[in-house]
Design a protein around this ligand. Structure first.
Ligand code: ADP
Ligand code: ZN
Length: 624
């Protein structure tokens, strides 16, 4: 008789086995998010729908049970590059993995099929159309299967931007393999996508796991500046002098210009946008993956398929259209869990351009209205003074109870001042000057400059002339910027940037709303520094990190693979901190499982010993 107690112990025993594989094969000490629960379900033969943020660790959820269960785990994946990377990374761990897709030679394909039929594979990655071909189905009918995983399951969503028609056919798998546990995985959070995935894939009965969409290792910082390029340069110099990252710009022209400018200053920066030839785009993408420290300057055309885990920063030089877009784009940073930066510097002009594009664009009034609201929410995120992560997660209906401590506003709470009175003066000045002038002129009137144009217009006699002398010119400019960004003022570009009052400014004029701004001058003097996020290490440890990074490049080059397939940054960081001198300690390092220990253990220890000797020699010389 099976008692509740014996079932419990069976479950516990399975989980204990899973933990063992986690440590031995993957080199990790603990499960993340709901990995353990998901794996438990699959091992018990049940279906799962897993929603986890990018970098959350989705792949482990099906890889680990596929290793544990008898038979081969079949994984559907939409992009050849993604598949190939996963297979390479698994082989590094000593896992028997392969893939089947259209880019393989006939020979290799035959070889994979033989391995499959011979029962020599733990995991097989397949493109969706390939999986449903009669040839593959016939092959699979001959072998024992462990489970079916459908990765990037949002590709099934028809109105989504990653839609893949072949994914719609995958619902058939349920009829073909009714006994097999299935798991669908995605980083897409919204409810309607989730429902469509369930229905299309016949997963209505599956247990759903939704993880927090927080990405605690990403530091968020947003600023505005007239000179965003210089600001970018300072950010890179201070935080990422050698790291790989992405710089997003709105237009192709700006992409080209920024890439050229960064290259001139000595960074390896490559452009990426839809106007470049396919071959050039592919080459740049490839270099980004395979070389260290490449900066890709891109339009949002650089999107899906960025599976590089060690993107250390995502910088925006323009304002994104929505918090959704911003979160998705910045989410490409730090997939490996090591510290990363999401940094943005935007200009007032972005706000004006985006508003105009929305007004002039296609679509129904409702659509335009929603788009406008999305943009306003994005602006709200930019202008706020409290924790940005709390605001973003709240936007996705998730509550973060305490401030995060890892955004610019948390790290360095901005000093603020009540600018309501000054704002009223500014609005009144706009009105009295006839709503025909731009910022520069209005600031001159407020500051009481006797300039020829002002006198010719008779504006030196206005009551608002010189009422703003107490504030500096830059402060007035900042205030006007805020008034425009918060839609109290409209900019008429056809009338040379003349400012006009909007309906909304009534409440400010009536005293029903207040406007609070950051202290400008004080903020300027401080250098806003995030962590040296690629290297939360002291100087001594950094020497080890750099030396191990060199070793990684050598190993990657020997095998013709991207460096991150050999070790992730998180592994290098842990190595640099622990500086292990023997295999036993090396085995405790993050990401060092048995296979990597055996393959690279000696090389790592030798490299560490060499650095330690060098350091000691230098110290000895200095003390003489
Ligand atoms: P996703 O597919 O969800 O974007 P991945 O599966 O690529 O994320 O995992 C992101 C990173 O986290 C990988 O480097 C992976 O090895 C690592 N990872 C996954 N699970 C764990 C864990 N339990 N402990 C430590 N690192 C993990
Ligand atoms: Zn915060």
């Amino acid at each position: 008789m099976v008692t509740a107690c014996s079932v419990m112990t069976a479950v516990q025993a399975t989980i204990a086995r899973a933990r063992q594989v986690l440590k031995q094969t993957f080199g990790y000490n603990d499960f993340r998010h709901s990995q353990e629960a998901i794996i438990g379900r699959l091992l018990a033969g049940e279906d799962v729908l897993a929603l986890m943020p990018t970098g959350g660790g989705k792949s482990l959820c099906y890889q680990l049970p596929a290793i544990l269960l008898p038979g081969v785990g079949v994984v559907v994946s939409p992009l050849i590059a993604l598949m190939q990377d996963q297979v390479n990374a698994l082989r590094q761990l000593g896992v028997r993995a392969a893939c089947l897709h259209s880019a393989l030679t006939a020979d290799i394909q035959r070889q994979v099929e033989e391995e499959l039929v011979g029962g020599h594979l733990d995991l097989l990655y397949v493109a969706p159309e390939r999986l449903l071909s009669s040839r593959t189905l016939a092959l699979l009918a001959r072998v024992k299967l462990a489970l079916l995983a459908i990765d990037e399951a949002h590709c099934v969503v028809q109105w989504g931007h990653d839609f893949r028609p072949e994914y719609r056919q995958l619902g058939r798998l349920q009829e073909i393999f009714p006994e097999l546990p299935r798991i669908a995985l995605t980083a897409t959070a919204d409810v309607s996508s989730r429902e469509e995935i369930s229905t299309q894939l016949g997963l209505q009965g599956a247990q759903v796991f939704i993880s927090s969409f927080d990405r605690p290792n990403i530091h968020y910082a947003i600023q505005s500046s007239q000179n965003s390029r210089e600001a970018l340069w300072r950010f890179l110099e201070q935080n990422h002098p050698q790291d790989a990252g992405i710089v997003y710009c709105l237009s192709r022209r700006k992409v080209e210009a920024v890439a050229a400018w960064l290259s001139q200053r000595g960074r390896l920066a490559l452009p990426y946008h839809a106007g470049l030839a396919d071959t050039v785009r592919q080459r740049h993408h490839e270099r980004f993956l395979r070389e260290e420290g490449v900066v890709i300057v891109a339009t949002i055309a650089f999107g899906m398929g960025i599976d590089k885990p060690d993107v250390r920063f995502v910088a925006h030089l323009n304002l994104p259209r929505s918090i959704e877009a911003y979160y998705q784009e910045t989410g490409r940073a730090g997939r490996d869990g090591a510290p990363a930066d999401a940094w943005m510097c935007f200009q007032l002009q972005d706000v004006i351009t985006l508003r105009q594009m929305l007004a002039a664009g296609e679509g129904s009034e409702t659509f335009k209205c929603q788009s406008r609201q999305r943009l306003e929410a994005m602006l709200g995120l930019c202008e706020m003074h409290a924790c940005r992560r709390q605001r973003m997660l709240a936007y996705f209906d998730e509550t973060l109870t305490a401030a995060c401590g890892n955004c610019d506003n948390c790290r360095q709470p901005p000093e603020t001042w009540d600018a309501t009175e000054a704002a009223r003066m500014a609005l009144s000045c706009v009105y009295r000057c006839g709503q025909r002038f731009g910022v520069h002129y209005l600031v001159s009137v407020l500051r009481g400059r006797h300039d020829d144009r002002i006198i010719a217009n008779g504006h030196h006699r206005l009551s608002t002339f010189a009422i703003g002398q107490a504030y500096s010119e830059s402060l007035w400019k900042e205030l006007f910027r805020q008034l425009i960004s918060r839609a109290y003022l409209d900019v008429d570009l056809e009338a040379y940037g003349a400012l006009r009052l909007t309906e909304q400014c009534r409440s400010l004029l009536r005293g029903e709303e207040r406007i609070v701004l950051r202290q400008l001058e004080k903020r300027r003097k401080k250098v806003i520094k995030s962590t040296r996020s690629s290297l939360p290490l002291d100087a001594g440890q950094t020497v080890f990190f750099d030396a191990l990074r060199e070793l990684r490049i050598e190993l990657a080059a020997q095998q013709g693979m991207p460096p991150y397939v050999i070790f992730h940054d998180a592994t290098l960081l842990d190595l640099a901190r622990k500086q292990p001198r023997d295999l036993a300690i090396l085995a405790t390092v993050h990401g060092i499982g048995e296979n990597k220990l055996e393959r690279y253990g000696r090389l790592i220890l030798d490299r560490i010993a060499a650095v330690a000797d060098r350091t000691m020699a230098v110290e000895r010389d200095l003390s003489l």
